[in-house]
Write a protein that binds this ligand. Sequence first.
Ligand code: PMP
Length: 461
Amino acid sequence: MTPATAERAGVLSRLIDAEQERFRNLHPRAAAVWQEGRQHLLYGGPSHWMRRWAGGFPIYVDEANGAHIRDIDGRDYVDFCLGDTGGMCGHASDAVTEAAVRQLKRGATMMLPTEDSLWVGAELSRRFGPKYWTLTTSATDANRAAIRISRMITGRRKVLVFSGCYHGGVEEAHVEIRDGRVGLRNMIHPNGIDHDAVSRVVEFNDVAGLEAALAHGDVACVLTEPLMTNFGMIPDDPGFHQALRELTRRAGAVLIIDETHTLSCGPGGYSQLHGLESDIFVAGKAIAGGIPAGVFGLSRQIAERLWKIVPHVNPRERQSAHLGFGGTLAGNALTIATMRAVLEKVLTSENYRHMIATATRLATETRDLIAAHHLPWHVTQIGARAEIMFMPEPPRSGADVIAGRKPDLETLLHAFYMNEGILVTPFHTMLLMCPATSARDVEQHTAVFARFIDLLRQAGV
Ligand code: PMP
């Protein structure tokens, strides 16, 4: 570390201390509840993810509505995190709430289908391409099932992913390339899994690397987002998807496209906009308006291969009945009812137009500030999602993110945002719009971001 970098790191560390102290002072009730929570909950909150906020502990929600959250300390936030996409329909959306209440009064879960499931299946095919769909309780579960089916039909073991990816609690995808070596992403514990045996990882947009990795003939499937959204946003290079499709076909590997986040690009996700042809399509999070749900759809060709192994049979024949995935609550009546409400009334073309226009405005105003102050940062915006990164150009791969990322600056921005009434996803600086996000919300972000730049200027960073 040069003396200049050490001095800068020291200044940033002091600024983070000051923002965390301001956060504690602004949130006395949350601080007390957080301490109490640690007596009964493993990591203080009901999920370990909830501790990862830059203030030092999470705010506690009193009520969330549209694009806003009010916390138990009486503070209001413009919510651009939106439950890390699970809340993309907007909090307490009328359509979802009404559908949920109506269905709850008629029974939530019966291990039996309701007729609405026909509408949902047909609509999923209309949006995402003709496929054979199954519901799960999370995107993680959908990815796990997709991997399982890929292995069943190919007889191969390895899952190929791109460095910097995240697909939920799917062990095979917890790998990354760092300093030229394959390791576990984000210090995740290997947990008894022999990742060498089950995973292969290459850099996103690296066609030659992909071709070499597939050449071994042992890859059951490639699991990817259409563009990466979990390590900062990494856009796909022109032609990358065409190469990916050709190479996976040639290698006999199943192509799983996970649109859990990129559902924010439009009603049919990124796939529909760019004509991507997945073998298995996955989505989750917002798809049932916040009721836990995932979906995966098989192309006809993949479904036929599966039906050969596990045929449609009369239940009196007990062979090959169990696929080894699912979940008792998957596809239950409540999920189906809320998914229908989302697809019919919330994630509509009209709402997407508004969400994308709002994201465009946010990205433009943020870029203008960056340019006016000659800062070496950039904003990527794709559909209703924007990402601010503290590096001059959008990364092309996980390696670019590792080389260019400024974690201390990100932590400072996130703590500052919270103190100024803005929430973004805690893992990187991603801002998502919902149908209720307004021009005023964007103005608030622009004003706060301008104050953040002032803070840095005054501290001489
Ligand atoms: N796929 C992608 C692209 C994701 O970003 C995530 C979660 N961030 C998942 C799958 C897993 O979703 P869940 O944790 O809801 O199962």
